[in-house]
Design a protein around this ligand. Sequence first.
Ligand SMILES: *Cc1c(COP(=O)(O)O)cnc(C)c1O
Length: 470
Amino acid sequence: MDKEEFRRFGYEFVDWVADYMSEVADYPVMSQVKPGDTRERLPSGPPIKGEPMEKIFEDFKKIILPGITHWQHPSWFAYFPANNSPPSILAELLTAGMGAQCMIWQTSPAAAELEEVVLEWLRDMLGLPEGMAGVIQDTASTATLCALLTAREKATDFEANLKGLKKRLIVYASEETHSSVEKGVKIAGYGKESLRYIPTDDSFAMIPSRLEEAIVRDRDEGLSPACVIATLGTTSSTAIDPLDAIGKISSKYGLWLHVDAAYAGTAALLPEKRAMLEGAEHIDSFVFNPHKWMLTNFDCSAYFVRDPGTLIRTFEIHPEYLKTGVDAQVKNFRDWGIQLGRRFRALKLWFVIRSYGVEGLQGMVSKHLRLAQTFKGWVENHENFELLAPVNLSVVCFRLNHGGPEEDLDDLNQRFLESLNRTGKVFLTQTMLKGRYAIRMAIGQGTTEERHVKDAWDLIVEKAKEALKT
Ligand SMILES: *Cc1c(COP(=O)(O)O)cnc(C)c1O
C-alpha cells in the first residue's frame, strides 16, 4: 500500500469510526451470530496474491461487524464496561503509526518517562500514598500475578534468610475474590490448595477476624502465610473489603497486601469515595483498570507498588544485549513485569486525562453513580423485584421475585435475563450471590445517559410481566 492510498483509507476509516460512534446504539448490543457463523464465511486459507483494501474493508463490514458485541453501546450493562473515548482512539492511532516497542528506556525514552509521570498523576488523582510508583500492565490479571510472584519472592527470601527452611506459602482472599487470583496462584506455583477463601459478611465483604483466624491456624500448622488480596469493588456485587482492618492484620503478620480495585479504583477519583482507601499505608501493591471505567481503550491496567525494589528483584534480568549506558539513571520497565516487549500505553492515558481533565472524569463517575442510585430506587419500589446486594458504586444486583417458591427463582430469572438480552436492546449479565441467581445492572459505559437507563428499566418491567405470565 502506498502513502496516498494509506491516506485515502485513513480518512475513510476515521469517518467510519466517527459514524460508528454516533450510530452504535442502532446495533444489537450483543452479537446475534451463532457459533461457527463467522468461521463459515471465511476462506480456509490465506490469499496468495495481495487483495485491494476496498475488498478487505467490505468484508470487514459484511463478515466481521455482525459478529461484534458492541461494548461502546450506551445500553451496555453487562460484566463491567470497557469504555473507550475519542481522544483514546486517536492516541491509539498515533501509537500504531509509530509502532514503538517500549521495553527499555533507550527504546523510546519519552514512552518510559511519560509512563512514569502519567502514573504519578493517576496515583495523586486517586489519593494513593505519595511514595507509590506505577507501571502499566496489560490487565489486572497480569498485575495480580506480578503481585503474587513478588510476594512469593519476598517470602522465600525471608524464609531462606531467617531459617533456611522451605515451608508452603499461603495466600488469602475473600470468597468473592476475582477468578484471576486463583489463576495467579496456580501460575505462580503456590498451588491451588494454598489459597484460602475467607468468608464474607452480609455485604459480601471479607470478615477481617476470619482472616486473622486463618492466618493463625496456618502458622500453628507450620505453614507460611505470604500474601493477602483485598478487593475494592468485587466483580459480582462491588463489595468493598475493609482495607484498614485487613491492612493492620497483614502488617501484624508480615504478609504482602495486594489490593485489587480493577473496576472500583476509578471511583476514588471522587474524594467522597476515598473512604475505601482508608488504611492505604499498609498496601504493598494496588491495581486498577483505566480500561474499564476511565475512557481508555483496552488494554491499560495501572499497577502501583510501595517498594519498587522488591518488584524489580523479582523480575530483573541483565543479558548483554539489553545493557545500555544509562541503566543506572532510568527506569527500564521490562523489569517491572513479566513481558519484555511493551506497548506504548501511556500515550492514550495521557490523551484521556488531558482531554477530560480531572473534573471531566469525575463528572462521568458521578453521573454513573447517580444513575445506579436511580435504578436502585426503581427496583426497590417495584413489588416484583428485589435488591440482592448493597449498591456501593454503579452496579445494581437484583432479581425478579413475585413471592414464588425460592427454588424456582433461579430458573425464572435465568429465562427472564435471556429474554431481555434477546431483544438486542440491552445487555446485562448474571452472577450468584450466596447461592442466589442475581442479575447485574452495571452502569459505566462512557455514553450512557439517564434515558438509556430508563429505557432499560421499562424493558425490564415489560419482559418481567411476560416472564411471570408463562
Ligand atoms: C475485571 C476484574 C479483574 C480482571 O481484569 P482483567 O484486566 O481483565 O484481567 C480482576 N479483578 C476484578 C475485581 C475485576 O473486576
